[in-house]
Write a protein that binds this ligand. Structure first.
Ligand code: NAP
Length: 537
């Protein structure tokens, strides 16, 4: 029997109190719904709560990454840097939680173990690790794309007697690195930020690199009170600009093609991008940079020369230049003196494709050449992206269909927000939804989901499940979109590949690569059509 609102513990359960979950709670509470957020951590912040490794910071401009929904919040919050550090971002999210009194509906230290849908009662039963169970009409996931850390399978990890930390599970108490012998495994965006930061204070740093990434300068800077006022005065225009770009960033591709532009002018443009803040060199480059092999090779050569200029030892420089993929075809880590780190006496680069790690020992790391002793090993080895945070919860839909099985057979969703067989479940950061500058897109998706739930509540509907035609249509569109992108031919978390995990050797269409405008247009069509695709009942 369909359970009445009064027979449910909550109208909506939200998993996660990060950027998605906080805003979802704010909006649903505005509708007058009874909402409970379950959060595994002891505080709000999600990504910015967990990733507190040295050097963690935004690499999208702070002011473009913040919430835009509250003028009061925009008016009162000052950013101290163009790319804020993790502690500042966490303080910001804590401020948001306090300002809007969100904590009263968030249950911390509460990890969701399972979520089962029951069609008879049209409700979800959510069970926490402590065994407690709660029933609600709607289940909303705010569990992120990159939130389930992966430790590499290296023999002997447990035998190491020093300290080991994963960047995404960094302790809350200070970790002393001063003067220590430290190893970092992994050179993605997290590894790059750690390496360039701790190299200044550690005794000796050994970087174990499997594949280098194309890194480009962050060009961060402080924001003084006057500049903050200018930024504040420009918020409307800036958010409007973000909503016009492909991914929600302030940077947008230059309409010119690489070789349309005379050589001298082309290099001037690249120099300008290399010297300017943020993702411009990736997102604001010539139109064909990420689709045309020849154009991509040209910018890759430009960046490679920069690396050669910045790294003193030519052998080390060559090791830091990617040879297996072109610039921008994997996520570009933005750096601050990263390459110069390798000019320091106390920093050593080990290319593990040449000198493989054989095992971790009691004292350190044994390579084919020697045993190296360490006090601390840092794993910057990334995440079980896209799937990991969902797989960690036993989510079952109609007829106890497991989400994990369904997605491992074929990853398909509708707008990344719903997936067939899982009625009344909405995902803020689901696969095949627009991503890019996440907060911009999170705000949009949260507001869209809120309107679906509002409509259902007002019209007395208790069930929403995307139909197979709508899901297939979106899936085909996602597959078709971005088929020309060079990134599709490259192994990375963005193509679903993770060499540390079984069954993730094959590239898949893991992300929506179309534009934000197309994504939003489709969302608007669905709304204008009264959510026919969701088969409201
Ligand atoms: P990642 O990009 O997946 O990088 C993981 C690194 O670990 C790679 O260099 C990988 O090498 C290496 N690795 C994995 N397993 C290994 C093994 N068994 N042996 C040796 N090396 C191994 O992860 P991430 O750096 O944490 O970044 C993930 C994403 O999070 C980024 O792309 C970005 O979207 C986001 N992020 C954002 C920020 C920011 O906004 N500021 C900061 C950090 C992260 P291979 O390349 O050879 O696989």
């Amino acid at each position: 029997m369909i359970l009445a609102k009064t027979e449910l513990d909550f109208d909506a359960i939200v998993i996660g109190a990060g950027i998605s979950g906080l805003y979802m709670l704010y909006r649903l509470r505005e509708l007058g719904l009874r909402v409970r957020v379950f959060e595994r951590g002891t505080d709000v912040g999600g990504t910015w709560y967990w990733n507190r490794y040295p050097g963690a910071r935004f690499d999208s401009e702070s002011y473009t990454y913040a919430y835009s929904f509250s003028q009061e919040l925009l008016d009162e919050w000052d950013w101290s840097e163009h790319f804020a550090s993790q502690p500042e971002t966490l303080r910001y999210l804590q401020h948001v939680a306090d300002k809007f009194d969100l904590r009263t509906d968030i249950q911390f230290s509460s990890e969701v173990k399972s979520a089962y849908y029951d069609d008879a009662s049209r409700s979800w039963e959510v069970q926490l690790r402590d065994g407690s169970k709660y029933r609600s009409r709607f289940l909303i996931t705010g569990i992120g794309t990159l939130s389930y850390p992966v430790w590499p399978k290296i023999e002997g990890i447990e035998s190491f007697r020093g300290e080991t930390f994963h960047t995404a599970r960094w302790p809350h108490t200070p970790v002393e690195v001063e003067g220590k012998r430290v190893a970092v495994i992994g050179t993605g965006a997290s590894g790059v930020q750690v390496i360039q930061t701790i190299c200044k204070t550690v005794g000796h740093l050994t970087v174990f690199q499997r594949r280098p990434n194309w890194c480009a300068p962050l060009n961060n800077g402080r924001i003084g009170p006057d500049e903050m006022e200018v930024i504040r005065a420009g918020y409307d225009a800036m958010f409007a600009r973000c909503s016009e770009t492909r991914g929600g960033f302030i940077h947008t591709a230059d309409p010119r093609l690489t070789f349309e532009v005379a050589e001298e002018e082309r290099y001037e443009f690249w120099e300008e991008l290399y010297a300017s803040r943020g993702f411009g060199i990736w997102q604001g480059n010539f139109y064909d940079t990420l689709t045309d092999k020849k154009a991509n090779k040209a910018i890759s050569d430009f960046i490679a020369d920069k690396i050669r200029e910045r790294v003193d030892d030519p052998v080390v420089a060559e090791k830091l230049i990617p040879k297996d993929h072109g610039f921008g075809t994997r996520r570009v880590p933005l750096e601050t003196h990263y390459f110069e780190s390798y000019n320091r006496e106390n920093v050593e680069l080990i290319d593990i494709t040449e000198t493989p790690i054989e095992r971790i020992t009691e004292n350190g790391i044994l390579t084919g050449e020697k045993e190296m002793e360490f006090d601390l090993i840092i794993f910057a080895t990334g995440f079980d992206a896209i799937f990991g945070s969902f797989d960690a919860i036993d989510i079952r839909g109609v007829n106890r269909r497991r989400l994990k099985e369904q997605w491992h057979e074929e990853l398909a969703t509708f707008l990344g927000i719903q997936t067939r067989n899982f009625p009344n479940m909405f995902m803020v950061m689901g696969p095949h939804a627009i991503q890019g500058n996440n907060p911009r897109n999170i705000e949009y998706k949260v507001e869209w989901i809120t309107r679906v739930i509002k409509h259902m509540t007002e019209q007395g509907f208790t069930r929403a499940e995307v139909g197979s035609d709508a899901q297939e249509g979106w899936h085909e569109y996602v597959v078709e979109q971005g088929k020309d992108l060079l990134m599709r031919g490259v192994d990375s978390w963005m193509t679903g590949v993770n060499r540390n995990l079984e069954g993730r050797e094959r590239r898949i269409i893991a992300q929506y690569t179309g534009s934000m405008q197309t994504f939003r247009r489709r969302c608007k069509e669905v709304e204008a059509g009264g959510y026919r695709e969701l088969n409201l009942k």
